[in-house]
Design a protein around this ligand. Sequence first.
Ligand code: SF4
Ligand code: SF4
Length: 376
Amino acid sequence: MTTISAVKAESYDTQVVEQAMDELLGLIGSMEHYVKPGEKVLIKPNMLEGLSPEKAVTTHPEVVRAVIKAVKAAGAVPVVGDSPAMGNTLKAAQKTGILAICQEEGIQLLPFQHAIDIPFLAGTMVRKFVLAQELKAVDKVISLGKMKTHSLTGVTGGIKNLFGFVVGPNKAQFHLRMQKRSDFAAMLVDLAQAVNPVLFIIDGIVGMEGDGPRNGTPCKGNILLAGTNGFAVDMVMAEMMGFRGDKLPVVAQALRQGLVPLRAEITVTGSAQNTSLSFREPKNMSALDTVLPKWLAAWGQQQLTAKPVIAPNCVGCRRCAEHCPPQAITLINNQASIDYARCIRCYCCQELCPHNAVNLKNGTLLNAILKLCGRK
Ligand code: SF4
Ligand code: SF4
């Protein structure tokens, strides 16, 4: 039986988080069960961008501290590492408060800068990844994700968090190669197995609803979650947020591959086991493209997914244009302009816009289908 622990934590007060973390890990066998004395353990928080913890875009520094302490108490050597979508790791760590925590706890922060080949011969989508070289220099990995919505993958919890092992600009290549959402999800399933974290922990004390992973709204969840099967952790987390966990593209793929049990076979234990929230979902169709045959996929991607639309508050900063994988964005009169014939609906522009000037808009056909399905 797969067990997920879920405990209440009502603030980011250091003691509250530490106590909750002890309880959380105790329910699944304590940290000593997963890391051994002397092992080097890489804690991978969600450090999407250098933003203050109050924005709820990144894993809160106090949750990072609590995991560092738990790893230390088990006699292992914690390090923290990531490669944010924007800017360099040190700057992002400084703004998110994670650098200060690493300094206070006397541990190393590893900026993922150089990548090496990591073969994964069992992959269904990718058989050789190019990932941060730090992965080879540590004994264990802990994914320390954030409870957030995500326009492309539905949610970003423990599994999508691992995309940070793809160093900087290489991320765009995956979006170009895997334009169908189900293909991108299959890649994440392969990635999760290649990285193979020993533990997935989620900071849901304050999560994000709506237009996640960057431009949504902070939303209190008062919860921490943990488990060894990241797909199960994400499935339970999504369900607690108010979504169908088994319909998430990544979880659905993991179910098809037999990598996660059915929800009915997953036990949730702890003081927050009955959590039921109603997070606003990202403005997008959750999984229609996953059922399209390949010959329909390109058309479906255009018609059956929401399209990014530039809002009048665009200030022409160029960030979206610089990071659009197929270079579908140009600046015209200091405003971003999208060539929809080239747009692959990866939503990087919406994710990265610092002014929340990219909205997702459903087309007429998508709205009609949503209406038919009773979702509008
Ligand atoms: S990132 Fe946002 S503000 Fe900057 S050019 Fe693109 S849409 Fe405009
Ligand atoms: S315009 Fe936006 S959604 Fe379309 S491909 Fe570029 S970054 Fe992705």
